[in-house]
Ligand binder design. Structure first.
Ligand SMILES: Nc1ncnc2c1ncn2[C@@H]1O[C@H](COP(=O)(O)OP(=O)(O)OP(=O)(O)O)[C@@H](O)[C@H]1O
Ligand SMILES: [Mg+2]
Length: 442
């Protein structure tokens, strides 16, 4: 321990301290720095960045067909023609963003080499999620280097921003490939006006040309589109199928060669990471996370070899990291319903019925002074928890007694749900602090 903290002082050493204490603190800190030891630990990574999502690999294996379809269409831009608009679909982690960036990088490089003006612009519609902001962002990226972005964050009428975009495209000329990543997010939030305007751009342009590529992991997002926009946008669709375990193994292998020390991975680590990610839904991002976090786990315990147990630990940690914010941000009533399920389970029950959840829910609300929802609303909240994957609520037939739900929580064992919920809202801490009468089972 580098910083000594004695109980007699009763204060953390880094908290504001009187002068005499400060001297002691400075001497102890000067004797070493908490990072000294960590920095000298041998790293199992050659370059951790290679295993991050943001890293763009030099080759994209198992996506040859998709790359070919994209490049056959976008080559038109290099000839000064208008490429078809496209929609790229596929489950999360299927390589849609990475493949598009890869193709656009090559397109831009080729354009520069042969002296053709081609400008791919990628907009992440999860971050930039209104028509105004997308148009302003596109416009501002078309400025010359010496010009400062001048379209305000809000305030102009949308058609003025659109006209400004057209003006700047005309001034520069060339072919614009406008990529709207995670487009489903924007459509659900802001409707399809933006797509209508962007797919209509060529009728406003003389010197420049434009095409639009939409990327989505929701196959049904086109249901939200006006049929005219749908047919203009989806001139060509590409589906990215999920990766299977063998394909994920090869993707991970390539990354590991660049990012992780030789011989640091035991033989079964990559196959296990790939198998687990393939079980999820063939998500390359998930496979990369598993490999990175397992290597970090091994590194932390100064192990020289990453083993299967590190992958298992990484899987548990990633799962907890994903579920914790979901639980923490549930609305209060939803949390009380989840608490009611858990309180039944703490009492030793399995296959809990809706009535048993409602019985505890009612007592909990009364104890903490919250208004009661009807049994029907609580049943809806139970279905929501099921949809979020926090519980399973299976409907079973009870013959002539009708149907009922069998509810069980499905939270990872190593997750302290009670503490997470209690820390998120004091009223939930109160719910857990009381004792409850349970319904007797026949
Ligand atoms: N064929 C591949 N070769 C190498 N790396 C890949 C390949 N496919 C995906 N990856 C990597 O997997 C990660 C996830 O890919 P990407 O972000 O492209 O997924 P996505 O389909 O856009 O997912 P989402 O729908 O969630 O945005 C990235 O780090 C990417 O580099
Ligand atoms: Mg993506």
């Amino acid at each position: 321990m580098l910083i000594t903290w004695t109980r007699t002082h009763g204060r953390h050493p880094l908290a504001a301290a009187p002068a005499a204490d400060k001297d002691v603190m400075e001497t102890t800190i000067m004797s070493g720095n908490i990072f000294d030891e960590i920095l000298t630990l041998k790293s199992l990574f050659i370059n951790k960045e290679v295993l991050r999502h943001s890293y763009l690999p030099n080759t994209m294996i198992h996506r040859e067909e998709e790359i070919e379809s994209l490049s056959f269409n976008l080559v038109e831009a290099l000839k000064g023609h208008i490429p078809s608009n496209m929609i790229l679909y596929g489950v999360t982690g299927a390589g849609k963003t990475a493949v598009t960036k890869y193709v656009c990088k090559q397109l831009q490089m080729k354009g520069e080499k042969i002296g053709r003006k081609v400008f791919p612009v990628l907009v992440n519609c999860r971050q930039i999620d209104t028509q105004y902001r997308v148009l302003a962002h596109l416009s501002n990226t078309l400025l010359e280097e010496f010009e400062a972005p001048d379209i305000p964050f809000t305030g102009w009428p949308t058609d003025r921003v659109f006209k400004e975009l057209v003006k700047r495209m005309e001034r520069r000329g060339g072919v614009y490939v406008i990529i709207l990543d995670e487009i489903d997010h924007l459509i659900k939030k802001a409707g399809d006006d933006l797509l209508y305007n962007l797919t209509n751009l060529n009728s406003e342009l003389n010197e420049a040309r434009a095409c639009v590529i939409g990327i989505s992991n929701d196959l049904k997002f086109t249901d939200y589109l006006d049929p005219r926009v749908r047919s203009r946008l989806g001139q060509q669709d590409i589906i990215f199928n999920p990766y299977n375990a063998e394909q994920l193994q090869e993707i991970l292998h390539d990354r590991a060669v660049e990012g992780i020390e030789e011989n640091a991975l035991s033989q079964d680590v990559i196959p296990l990471c790939s198998a687990l990610a393939a079980q999820e839904h063939g998500d390359a991002r998930c496979a990369l996370d598993l490999l990175r976090v397992s290597t970090e786990k091994a590194e932390k315990e100064s192990a020289e070899l990453v083993e299967k147990r590190h992958v298992r630990a990484a899987q548990a940690q990633i799962e907890c990291d994903q579920i914790t914010p979901v639980i923490r941000t549930l609305p209060t009533q939803q949390k009380i319903v989840l608490a009611a399920v858990m309180l039944n389970e703490y009492n030793g029950l399995k296959n809990i019925q809706t009535g048993e959840v409602f019985y505890i829910y009612k007592q909990a609300c009364t104890r903490v002074g919250l208004s009661l929802l009807s049994a029907r609303r609580v049943s809806g909240l139970i279905s929501n928890l099921d949809m979020l994957g926090l519980i399973t609520a299976n409907t079973v037939s009870k013959g002539r007694y009708g149907r009922s739900k069998q509810i069980n929580s499905c939270l990872p064992d190593n997750l302290d749900v009670k503490t997470i919920m209690s820390n998120s809202e004091s009223v939930i801490a109160d719910v857990f602090a009381h004792s409850y009468k349970h319904q007797s089972r026949l």
